[in-house]
Design a protein. Structure first.
Length: 106
C-alpha cells in the first residue's frame, strides 16, 4: 500500500519521512490540498528505478503509476465486497423483520 502523507509532514516530520524512504525503498507520496504534489524517494531506490526503466525501456513513472493503479483497484474491490456483504446482511435482516411482522397480522 502506498504511503501517502500531507506535504506539511515534509517540514514537521522530515526525519521520519527520510527514515521511511531509506528503510522501505518505496516512494512516499505527498499531497497538497488533497491532491498529489510530490514524491519522495531515497537516492538508492531512485537509482534502482532508473536502472529498471533503462532495462525495460519504460519511463520510471509508468512503473509506479501501474503499481498505484493496481493498489487502488484492489482497495476499491475490497470496499465493494464489504459493502455487498453488508447489504446482503441488512436485506436478510429486513426480510426477517418484515416476515415476523406479517405473521403477527395473519
Amino acid at each position: 500500500m502506498p504511503d501517502i502523507r500531507p506535504i506539511s509532514d515534509l517540514r514537521s516530520r522530515f526525519a521520519e519521512i527520510s527514515k521511511l524512504a531509506h528503510e522501505n525503498g518505496e516512494p512516499i507520496f505527498l499531497t497538497k490540498n488533497g491532491y498529489g504534489d510530490l514524491v519522495v524517494l531515497s537516492v538508492e531506490a531512485y537509482e534502482v528505478l532508473v536502472r529498471q526503466a533503462k532495462n525495460q525501456n519504460t519511463p520510471p513513472r509508468e512503473n509506479w503509476r501501474a503499481r498505484i493503479t493496481g493498489s487502488l483497484i484492489n482497495a476499491s474491490l475490497s470496499i465493494i465486497e464489504k459493502l455487498a456483504f453488508l447489504v446482503s446482511r441488512c436485506t436478510a435482516y429486513l426480510y426477517q423483520v418484515i416476515g415476523a411482522g406479517l405473521k403477527k397480522h395473519i
